[in-house]
Design a protein around this ligand. Structure first.
Ligand SMILES: C[S@@+](CC[C@H](N)C(=O)[O-])C[C@H]1O[C@@H](n2cnc3c(N)ncnc32)[C@H](O)[C@@H]1O
Length: 286
């Protein structure tokens, strides 16, 4: 079934109210429901039938903006087992690891299921995601979050998602997959398993939090021999304050989340040509 993503609010929809301090509250609309805030109550009937972008007023007179949540809002607000991937990194993974409609994707670990939601959306109904998670408690949190996001809690598992509880290396049973996404402490331990599962031309993408993890991941992918030269990078997102003549970067920003390492799977039995190393002390382009 899944949630409606557009049209006026109806019973069963999830609605996100934003208060004047930008605090968000998400709940499911019920026929006789009432949302209680410390600024008074809002009957759900005030929202049912209204378009997104409406403003509702609590009995105490506070105004709230009413929208359906975006995926980025949902993943930051949902219950967590493990730390989630930030929307900026999930978006980069979808774009730079080229997660396309119809793709067959493997991810590990599933953690709280934030990246899983982005991946499932990107592959669409024709694609498939298998998520490996070695902790049962995290897998349970992830399943709840993913099924709630797609509105399938009562309809059973999503047709294009398989959640496997187990270590990726020990449990992986797929071949010819298009993309392998690793978000875990030691992705280098899974590089060989990823190489065996990936189709030639497929992409491995690892998300790591520290420079030492990034270094080890790059070295292991490079030395494996089945991948192109790995590409390591990070993204910094800076919000701007724009008001009259006061146009400047915000004082605060999320300075660090993680690094991404990507590489393409070579054809079977083919190794990449040797890299040209930059001669010491020169600035020659590679
Ligand atoms: C940082 S969390 C992943 C967060 C997730 N991407 C999200 O956005 O919610 C890392 C997870 O990887 C799992 N993990 C670590 N190594 C694993 C492995 N080899 N196989 C399967 N799961 C693994 C951990 O149990 C943990 O839940």
């Amino acid at each position: 079934m899944g949630f409606r993503r557009h049209g006026p609010f109806q019973v069963g929809d999830q609605v996100q109210l934003t208060d004047p301090k930008n605090k968000r509250h998400t709940f499911t609309l019920k026929q006789d429901g009432v949302f209680h805030t410390h600024k008074g109550a809002i009957p759900h009937s005030d929202l049912i039938g209204q378009p997104e972008g409406s403003v509702v007023r609590s009995s105490g007179g506070t105004q709230y903006l009413a929208f359906r949540h975006l995926l980025q809002d949902y993943t930051l607000a949902m219950p967590r087992g493990a730390a989630v991937i930030y929307p900026k990194d999930a978006s980069m993974i979808v774009g730079m690891a080229d997660i396309f409609p119809g793709a067959r994707v493997i991810e590990a670990g599933v953690g709280s299921g934030a990246l899983t939601c982005f991946l499932l959306r990107a592959v669409g109904p024709e694609g498939h995601v298998t998520s490996y998670e070695r902790r049962q408690d995290f897998a349970d949190v992830a399943r709840g979050n993913v099924e709630k996001f797609f509105g399938t809690e009562e309809d059973g598992p999503l047709a294009n998602w398989r959640l496997v509880v187990g270590d990726l290396v020990a449990s992986i049973d797929e071949v010819d997959v298009d993309r392998v996404i690793l978000d875990m402490l030691a992705p280098w331990e899974c590089v060989d398993a990823a190489a065996k599962a990936l189709t030639p031309g497929g992409v491995i993408c690892c998300y790591v939090a520290t420079t030492t993890q990034m270094s080890k991941t790059v070295e292991v992918i490079r030395d494996h021999g089945s991948f192109t030269e790995p590409h390591a990078w990070e993204t910094l997102v800076r919000d701007w304050h724009v008001e009259g003549l006061a146009v400047r970067p915000d004082h605060r920003m999320i300075g660090h989340t993680g690094f991404l390492v990507t590489a393409r799977r070579m054809a079977d039995g083919v190794t990449p040509p040797p890299r040209r190393r930059r001669p010491k002390g020169t600035t020659e382009e590679l």
